[in-house]
Design a binder for this molecule. Structure first.
Ligand code: SAH
Length: 214
């Protein structure tokens, strides 16, 4: 598939119109074929600006939300980045275009396996994925320049703040696990704590502690 796919171009124009101005974010989205991350019945919607179901009762976020979260994370090309909630692997693939090394954690084994196969197919060799409870971060690889959480929690997991470098940025949905009243926030780690800036009302699946029974 070529990057000039008309459906991708249309999606990029829509994202621009909706406030995504960062050209690095837009070109990362242009380079990742979202259709590879979507299951058969939804393929015709791969480049629609809509969230779609994936296995294990989870969802791949709406492209606008992926773009705004990516833009808010302000990733530099030498950075080490952690994503919590691999899901389909789409957000990880987009982030991996922008940083040196991307670590991603998923609690559902089948999702992790599918995502890893996609990373391999796309030759995204700077992604390391593992199964685990991402609310505890990835202590062996910490500290991180940036952290993105793609599942909602009522509070910011303290382990993630601990694993963020000074002046590091974390983007995550905070709020009700029921899906109502969630907001994306940008957290900056400062000398005396953290600054929290809400920037978008959203609806994410919950961040669940522990691992599922298999
Ligand atoms: N970033 C994903 C979005 C997936 S939805 C994508 O681009 O497709 C959120 C994901 O977070 C789900 O796959 C869910 O299983 C996972 N998740 C929820 N709680 C988690 C936890 N504590 N640790 C790791 N992954 C978690």
């Amino acid at each position: 598939m070529s990057p000039s796919e008309p459906r991708i171009i249309r999606l990029l124009m829509e994202l621009r119109r909706m406030g995504v101005a960062d050209t690095r974010t837009l070109s990362a989205i242009e380079r990742i074929p979202r259709e590879l991350f979507i299951a058969g019945p939804f393929l015709d919607q791969a480049y629609e600006n809509t969230a779609l179901p994936i296995d294990c009762g989870q969802t791949v976020s709406q492209p606008l939300v992926v773009a705004l979260m990516t833009q808010a994370l302000d990733v530099g090309e030498r950075m080490k980045v952690l994503e919590v909630g691999t899901g389909s692997g789409y957000q990880a693939a987009v982030l991996a275009q922008l940083c040196r090394r991307l670590y991603t954690v998923e609690r559902h084994k089948p999702l992790l396996a599918q995502a890893e196969a996609r990373f391999k197919q796309l030759r995204l060799h700077n992604i390391t994925a593992r199964m685990g409870d991402g609310s505890r971060g990835w202590p062996e690889q910490a500290p991180f320049d940036r952290i993105m959480v793609t599942a909602a929690a009522p509070d910011i997991p303290p382990a993630l703040v601990d694993q963020l470098k000074p002046d590091g940025i974390m983007v995550l949905p905070l709020g009700d696990v029921g899906g109502q009243d969630q907001e994306l926030v940008r957290v900056t780690k400062t000398a005396d704590g953290i600054d929290i800036h809400p920037f978008l009302p959203v609806r994410f699946v919950p961040l669940v502690e522990g691992l599922p029974e298999e």
